[in-house]
Design a protein around this ligand. Structure first.
Ligand code: ADP
Ligand code: MG
Length: 168
């Protein structure tokens, strides 16, 4: 994408669930490298807006361009959606880590499968981010409070969720 193209642009964005109008003509632009917080009361549509950005929700009206891709088009192909989702990550409020995989495997799965990163490179990146958030010792632990977490000396109830936050 060229630097003049906004990362995300939306104009008159509308999203309804049946009779419930959740997004009613929302406008905004987020430029490349910009960090933006969306704040508002519970139920006002923050998550719905985010879900529209990677087409987890289809929109009912208005314009929505993500990295120049027109998400208001009705017939997005599977290939286009995969291209979009390789670039747009979303961390859910529930963490959804795979319980049978170590933290490191959870963190490297998407970079390896979606971006085609080599195992060594994705492990290096994952360890870098784990270290950054003080979880460097947790790479081989499992996301639950089971054997792995204990073996790694985990003393917080769900320390690995924080790791998921930074990489998923
Ligand atoms: N899939 C859905 N079907 C029906 N209603 C939904 C759905 N998703 C969200 N809503 C409703 O849309 C509104 C906005 O939800 P949401 O975007 O999750 O709000 P927020 O993230 O700001 O708390 C709420 O009233 C919620 O109940
Ligand atoms: Mg929400």
């Amino acid at each position: 994408m060229d630097h003049a193209t906004p990362a995300i642009y939306f104009q008159g964005l509308e999203k309804r669930f049946g009779d419930l109008s959740v997004l009613n003509g929302v406008n905004g632009q987020i430029n490349r490298g910009e960090v933006v917080s969306i704040i508002g009361p519970s139920g006002c549509g923050k998550s719905t807006l985010l879900r529209c950005f990677n087409h987890l929700e289809s929109i009912n009206g208005g314009q929505l361009l993500v990295d120049g891709m027109d998400l208001a088009r009705p017939n997005l192909t599977r290939k286009q959606l995969l291209q979009l989702r390789a670039k747009v990550g979303m961390v859910f409020q529930q963490f959804n880590l795979f319980p049978h995989m170590t933290v490191l495997d959870n963190l490297t799965l998407a970079p390896r499968k979606v971006l085609g990163q080599a195992a060594k490179e994705s492990s290096r990146m994952a360890r870098f981010y784990l270290d950054k958030v003080g979880l460097g010792a947790k790479g081989e632990a499992y996301p639950t409070n089971s054997r792995g977490a204990k073996a790694a000396g985990g003393d917080r109830p769900s320390p690995l969720h924080e790791a998921g936050h930074h990489v998923v």
